[in-house]
Design a protein around this ligand. Structure first.
Ligand code: NDP
Length: 315
């Protein structure tokens, strides 16, 4: 039996490259000297596509792959894939949910702790020799215990964050489009939640519907002791409004793992002392990335052997 042809536009984790090369005929577009010519020559053979989000999977690319059946995305967020265009063409799209929840939740709590307790700034103080020269790092204004946390996007990762936040003795509420059967207060309105909490943690997917949900009004509602943490997608927060709110101390501080135009982070944000900035490392440990890679390969394998995707996001 001929092996299904799988296209990989950009290089992915070794687990995916090796797993695909073992089971399928792998077309490595990133190695081609003329990618357009390779697509024109091999496009009709391609039945599967593996992507890590660094290369947009849009209608223009899908049109070059008339026999494509499945797009397997590395990552639970699949905003670089035009799912509507895929669905119109009868193409199933899969992601990697579940295997990264704990890692991302751990990172979110670490980012929150760093932001509230100024841990990054304190470490830089020591490394600059200022402890010995100037004495103790100043006491932080804020503390974790008793903070009121509002989670925007109480899904798989949001729930893992909520459980951790409870052990930090924070009160937890959330805003989704629909209420869930969970022991946390539901806010039908994001603005209403922002008015009621002092800590807003963003973990919704990036999409047209979530773009700039966190705007100047929501930030102002958080108040002067307000802390924003974004581990979801950069597009959910109006970055210019956030920079303004941090500069004017409309909110106290922000901890960010994601940005509107990655990997470009505005100089203004980098220069702010009340922002903790991580380079999109939410799920970035070797064990978790291996588990994500295995799920990409398993989705493709299951589709081509049983006609069933393990974790589809459409259909
Ligand atoms: P889930 O699908 O399990 O949860 C998403 C939640 O967001 C749901 O509860 C959903 O509830 C809510 N939601 C979706 N759209 C809206 C909206 N328009 N308004 C309000 N709430 C909304 O996803 P995961 O928890 O698995 O992942 C969440 C996101 O985290 C990913 O999509 C990704 O962007 C990001 N992520 C970031 C990582 C990083 O490295 N920083 C790593 C992994 C994920 P409802 O449908 O009821 O609205």
């Amino acid at each position: 039996m001929t092996r299904p042809t799988v296209l990989m536009p950009a290089r992915m984790h070794d687990v995916v490259v090796d797993g695909c090369a073992e089971r399928f005929e792998l077309v490595r577009l990133w190695e081609a000297t003329d990618p357009d010519a390779l697509l024109a020559e091999r496009g009709a053979d391609v039945r599967g596509l593996a992507t890590g989000g660094h290369h947009p999977v849009d209608a223009a690319l899908l049109d070059k792959l008339p026999n494509l059946q499945i797009v397997a995305n590395f990552g639970v967020g699949y905003d670089s894939v035009d799912v509507d265009a895929a669905t119109e063409r009868g193409v199933v799209v899969t992601n990697t949910p579940g295997v990264l929840d704990d890692e991302v939740a751990d990172t979110a709590l670490a980012l929150l702790l760093m932001t509230v307790r100024e841990l990054g700034q304190a470490e830089r103080y020591l490394r600059a020799g200022r402890w010995a020269a100037e004495g103790h790092y100043p006491l932080t204004d804020l503390t974790m215990t008793g903070r009121k946390l509002g989670i925007l996007g109480l899904g798989r990762i949001g729930e893992a964050i909520a459980k951790r936040a409870e052990t930090f003795r924070m009160t937890v509420g959330y805003h989704n489009r629909s209420e869930k059967d969970v022991p946390y207060r539901y806010y039908p309105s994001l603005l209403e939640m922002a008015r009621d909490v002092d800590t807003l943690l963003v973990v919704v997917p990036g999409s047209a519907a979530t773009r700039h949900l966190v705007d100047a009004e929501v930030l102002e509602a958080l108040g002067p002791d307000g802390v924003l943490v974004n581990i979801g997608r950069g597009t959910v927060v109006d970055e210019a409004a956030l920079i303004g709110a941090l500069k004017t101390r409309t909110i106290r501080a922000a901890g960010l793992d994601v940005y509107e135009d990655e990997p470009n982070v505005p100089r203004e944000l980098i220069d702010l002392d009340n922002a903790v900035l991580l380079p999109h490392v939410g799920s970035a440990s070797k064990p978790t990335r291996r588990a994500m890679g295995r799920l990409v390969v398993d989705n493709l394998t299951s589709w081509f052997t049983d006609g069933r995707a393990l974790t589809p996001v459409n259909g």
